[in-house]
Write a protein that binds this ligand. Structure first.
Ligand code: GRF
Length: 200
């Protein structure tokens, strides 16, 4: 049966677009919802242009009430009945309680070669550390931040003179290849990690 995929975003949604565009033809999944915690997220308009239902649950009115925010998020998600949830530039940390509700069904893309550089500012940290390469990782979401089983990675060199922006511009197209490739396998029930050749 065709799998239903919800995609959570906070920003421009370029990964969301890559995922959504990949789900056609004999692909085992279809997008059912794009949801954001930011009402003005650029990706929402792109999702609507693609004919995908959208929803917004703004985190700000909830303040420190993370459980309250997540209850609303869960309600909107549950209404869309996804089989798989893809976090794609979704910039809220989710609690163990929320994650456990979607255990084994939630993926994330992170712009580093995990387990290196969990959290934010990954490219700046890789450059600062003098690393020779960087990349991106798709992983299953577990209660520990950026720590779930790795489902795929793509790598690219860090070049002399790179800034976080130039490195991000090199990595982002790899994200757009890696995430759809991993999603397709995952929707087929294949969780063996995929290691894409990078741009090096
Ligand atoms: C991507 O680099 C993603 O890995 C990171 O935030 C960026 C989101 O970009 N966590 P977009 O919204 O998919 O364009």
């Amino acid at each position: 049966m065709t799998k239903r995929v919800a995609i959570l975003i906070s920003g421009g949604g370029s990964n969301m677009v890559a995922l959504a565009r990949s789900m056609h033809g004999n692909h085992p999944a279809r997008p059912c919802l794009v949801m954001s915690n930011v009402a003005g997220a650029g990706g929402l308009a792109k999702a609507r242009d693609l004919g995908i239902q959208t929803a917004v649950v703004d985190h700000r009115p909830f303040g420190k009430d993370r459980a309250g925010f997540e209850a609303e998020l869960h309600k909107a998600l549950a209404a869309a009945a996804p089989d798989i949830i893809c976090l794609a530039g979704f910039m809220r940390i989710l609690t163990a309680d929320f994650v456990s509700k979607w255990n084994g069904r939630m993926l994330n893309i992170h712009p580093s070669l995990l387990p290196k550089y969990k959290g934010l500012h990954t490219h700046a940290r890789a450059i600062e550390a003098g690393d020779g390469e960087a990349g991106c990782t798709v992983h299953e979401v577990t209660a520990s931040l950026d720590d779930g089983p790795i489902l795929g990675q793509a790598r690219a060199p860090i070049l002399p003179g790179d800034t976080p922006d130039t490195l991000a511009a090199r990595i982002l197209p790899l994200e757009h290849s890696l995430y759809p490739a991993v999603l397709r396998r995952f929707a087929d029930g294949d969780r063996t990690p995929l290691f894409l050749p990078g741009s090096d």
